[in-house]
Design a protein around this ligand. Structure first.
Ligand code: UDP
Ligand code: MG
Length: 160
């Protein structure tokens, strides 16, 4: 068990990351998880999931007026996705950097999209864009179940 002070010390932000259906179909799940894992972030939730249409529409609700919205929803429900919760200091912004720019042709090499994708409508991965949206999206995709609070044995080697 962890002392309350130690828990507070390790309490950090969370983000929602998702391998989209193209990433699952292309066999990129391990590659993508590996980048967050080896960076040192802490995995708090993970599931393979067939997204219902309503959830895709809610998740991307802010984009509902965009011309690409119907195609985006079709894309997200076109096959299973892998839903993840990653935790760590500054993880929301850091995950966005690891993921790279929305348009893979503009994503830097070394980023997930920069290395693994060529089209904006097949950009393999999602990451929350703010701490607030991260909390919202974790609630939306995981609800009350599936986010596990656990102590990672290697955390003293990652956190000073
Ligand atoms: N998207 C698209 N066409 C566009 C812009 C976005 O198909 O012109 C898709 C793309 O899959 C993107 C998602 O809509 O990842 C959400 O768009 P957003 O601007 O939130 O980009 P993200 O946060 O994923 O980088
Ligand atoms: Mg976004």
């Amino acid at each position: 068990t962890v002392k309350p002070q130690a828990m507070a010390r390790f309490e950090t932000e969370k983000t929602y990351v998702m391998v989209k259906p193209d990433g699952v179909q292309r066999g990129l799940v391990g590659n993508i998880i590996s980048r967050f894992e080896t960076k040192g972030f802490h995995l708090k939730g993970l599931k393979l999931f067939q997204c219902p249409k309503e959830l895709a529409e809610t998740h991307y609700g802010d984009l509902s007026e965009k011309p690409f919205f119907p195609d985006l929803v079709d894309y997200i429900v076109s096959g299973p996705v892998v839903c993840m919760v990653w935790e760590g200091p500054g993880v929301v912004k850091s995950a966005r950097k690891l993921i790279g720019a929305t348009n893979p042709l503009e994503s830097e090499p070394g980023t997930i999209r920069g290395d693994l994708a060529i089209e904006v409508g097949r950009n393999v991965v999602h990451g929350s864009d703010s701490v607030e949206n991260g909390e919202k999206e974790i609630g939306l995709w995981f609800g009350d179940e599936g986010v596990i609070e656990w102590e990672q044995a290697m955390s003293p080697w990652l956190r000073e």
